[in-house]
Design a protein around this ligand. Structure first.
Ligand code: ZN
Length: 169
């Protein structure tokens, strides 16, 4: 395996240390170490105010991480369709019945639909990104890389995460 193309990416124990503003990843999936043919599927980082490196990720890993949010979205849409059908049905029977039960059910379905959509959105954000263990002006520490992905990286020669955290106190 040649990693001559990689730069600014290092191994520090179980972590990958990435130089934030100057890095080039090996053409391997961060999560499973599969060779990335052609252009890699990249994942961005959510919920951070600073621009963070994008990790190279293969299509299967990417798809797998998006499965849960899609399921939540499907539940939300099913609830909305159910609510719409209930409202239509309610409209048709109005006049003959003053029962509030269908309206309450339909409202509940709308709430379930909204909740599922919010959950789907949250999951989507999480699935599309990663949570750095540590971020400073120059470097990002990321956990969870595949063993072989880690193993192929050059050793980090700077301060370890532990030392950095101790220096902070
Ligand atoms: Zn992968």
């Amino acid at each position: 395996m040649t990693l001559s193309s990689a730069a600014g990416v290092y191994r520090n124990g179980d972590y990958v240390v990435i130089e934030r503003h100057s890095h080039r990843f090996p053409a391997r999936c961060f999560w499973c170490n599969r060779t990335l043919a052609g252009s890699p599927v990249e994942t961005a980082t959510p919920a951070a105010n600073v621009p963070l490196p994008r990790l190279p990720v293969c299509k299967p890993c990417h798809t797998q991480r998006l499965r849960r949010p899609r399921l939540a979205l499907a539940v939300g849409m099913a609830a909305w369709i159910g609510a719409a059908l209930l409202f239509i049905w309610l409209d048709e029977i109005t006049g003959s019945s003053n029962s509030m039960v269908p309206a309450i059910f339909a409202s509940m379905l709308v709430i379930i639909g909204l909740t599922a959509a919010v959950i789907a959105f949250e999951l989507r954000v999480t699935a599309a990104g990663y949570s750095p263990v540590h971020v400073d002006e120059q470097y990002v520490w990321v956990a969870g890389a595949h063993r072989e992905f880690l193993g192929a990286l050059p050793d980090w020669s700077g301060m370890t995460l532990k030392e950095l955290q101790q220096a902070r106190r």
